[in-house]
Design a protein around this ligand. Sequence first.
Ligand code: PEP
Ligand code: MG
Length: 876
Amino acid sequence: MALVYAFDFPHDASPRALGELLGGKGANLAEMTSVLRLPVPPGFTITTDACREYLASGWPSGLDGAVAEHVERLEVALGKRLGDAGDPLLVSVRSGAKFSMPGMMDTVLNLGLNDRSVEGLATQTGDERFALDSYRRLVSMYGRIVLGVPADHFDLQLDEVKARVGASDDGQLTADALADIVQAHLRAVEAFTGEPFPQDPATQLRGAIEAVFRSWLAPRAVRYRRREQIPDDLGTAVNVQAMVFGNRGDDSGTGVAFTRDPSTGEPEPYGDFLVNAQGEDVVAGTRNTLPLAAMAERFPSQHAQLLEIFDRLERHYRDMLDTEFTIEQGTLWMLQVRVGKRTGAAALRIAVDLTTDPRLRLSPREAILRVRPEHLDQVLHPHLQRTRATPLGTGVPASPGAAVGCAYFDPDRAADAADRGERVVLVRPETSPEDVHGMIAAEGILTSRGGMASHAAVVARGWGKPAVCGAESLTVGPDSFTTADGTVVHEGDTISIDGSTGVIYLGEVGLVETEPPPELEVVLGWADELRAGRLGVRANADTPDDAARARAFGAEGIGLCRTEHMFLGERLPVVRRMILADTPDEEAAALAELLEVQRADFVALLEAMDGLPVTVRLLDPPLHEFLPSVDELLVQQARGLLPPEGEALLAAASRWREQNPMLGTRGVRLGIVKAGLYRMQVRALVEAALVRRDAGGDPKVEVMIPLVSTLAELELTRQWVLDEVVQVAGERAAELGVLVGTMIETPRAALRAGELAQVAEFFSFGTNDLTQMTFGFSRDDVAPVLERYLEEGLLTVDPFASIDEPGVGELVRTGVERGRLTRPDLKTGVCGEHGGDPRSIAFFESIGIDYVSCSPFRVPGARLAAAQAVVARAEP
Ligand code: PEP
Ligand code: MG
């Protein structure tokens, strides 16, 4: 197994498909070098295999040899040697995992410089300043990243010398000043580590490679992976590449550019550019950048060459790309390419545009793969209401959507405030990966520095979080910011930001729903065609309003109407009376009351979903959600404040109190204990269906029995349903075509699916309860345990959010297979939270589920994810 591949290695497959082995960056560098033959500085990639081996059992044997061999090859190709006192080769060492983790892991530049080679570099370039500047960057970067010297040691030294010589920015430092800084940095390293800065380039290289491997485990990288659900066991590749310099004078520069506008999707290249700077300066957002168009004026031929490269890249990748490039003394070099992150609106526009672009002509199948379900969330996000208020300032509209919250200036305090339930806007001069936990906790992000490609902008866009970046008129301090006119906004003050326009306001501005772009319907239309007949999408909706919204979002029916949700709020006492009834008369009276309200609700629900199936689940109230709190009643009693009827309530509530309500008298168990309840509900439903038929409607009713474990439970309750249908509808029963099915929520039900299917006409997998019971994790109490498990990497994803394929998923698969053996035309759906989760949807598609059902807002994303699953499986 090779541990290292040169960028020009002739792989059997297209290298861009080798992201798992080479990391995304390495794979694309190889693609640009070996397939597209673009101008890429030569280099090599140390594989993720090597990283995994390192993380498991230390430095891989054979790696030193392989690296040395590749360094030598590089030296021969370039005619320069690492550490050479005459004309030294310098390399960069960068991480690059399979999935992009912007800025999460470490990079060391200018490696190969030492006390001798810095002189060689000065002689070769005729630029002593440049050589010393490169060396001081190496010592501080290497010191910080590889040797763990705190960054402020170096920053303070830099500031000290700048103050002494009266330089306001780094560019004004003379060679002498830079030489002083180098010496100070070298002393800082020695003082902190007890060892001199390593002069041997091979030692430097090994240290840097090891630091990149280790950075995979850095807390910020781990946090990012949790957020993005990136598995912990992938490891990162390491790219070692000959350095090119964008800071070699005014004929040099560096930039980050997208082949199309990543914010709007407009088919025009978009990016940031800096003259006489290194790439990190653009990404860090520490210097204010020029738009790409300005490059056309300064560097016309390189600009034209870049556009030509963009054209080739788009034709080749058939997508919008994100690139990094450098011009070194007039020569253009490509340093990176990857499929570009984009906003939801841009994703939709690009997907549609690429189908009509004569160079590409994407098919709808390809086009839907250019949009992610999260993108749809973004275009369905709110924005700020119009307001007459004077803005506090404006910045770059870096990530669309609007946010209102209290300003917090520190990521820890922001995260704490969010934990306390506050809505938070994180305000920083700029962000770095160290801030990620605060960014996650925030509703929105505001920075005073940096452009579209800055860390804050890239990360926020990827997450669909509103962000305003580079609001230069704000002076951001440690716990307040000051606007141009002197207004001071303190920590905790409410601000509103609009990431689509870049405007910032003091105080709370109302949020309004957005108008999705016209491309949304086009893309969803394609998605619907592609998944037709394979995977349906329904909604979990309990009220007529929800049902109408779900239908507007494209739901093809209701997969779960939780009837107990019809009894929240002011109707709660009715259910409570029914549960707590002491005598048959009391119970009958409460049921009669329920019947009335249920019938009216069902009529409206069936009307909203006319012509589409509506699965009504018979009552499944975990009792603790519906009963008064025994503890509170006891307190009232102790204080002598309990009214006479309260005594009865307390007695009844105590009788029904359960230790494990989620495993208690719920679902079919309550139905059996409270005989009469299910009959009443079916009566209300059938009466409602008849009302709808009489009104010329087309109600399609499916009755579902929850939390079943045994055939006997299902047979008994199903018979009640059938009896009631006949009793209420008489001869019209057949006309209604009511189906009766069951939820599969207990492991036993999944295992005994074969016999349940003897009487169930459909199965709906309640994967929330099925997850709870399969893991034995209490849905209500597991949060702190899960948090810990996720932190420790004992679980990679929250199994309540994304289906646990090997365990819970296996039960679903078993249930489907066994059920279909008995009843080949058994309809199967999933109505747990997983029904709206794209990953889980792909799994459900693969095991032959007929439909998923999720909350109305997730329906568009589910339609897309379902189509993507169908397409991906047809052509992996
Ligand atoms: C489920 O358990 O997955 C389900 C949909 O039911 P509920 O969440 O109402 O228990
Ligand atoms: Mg359930």
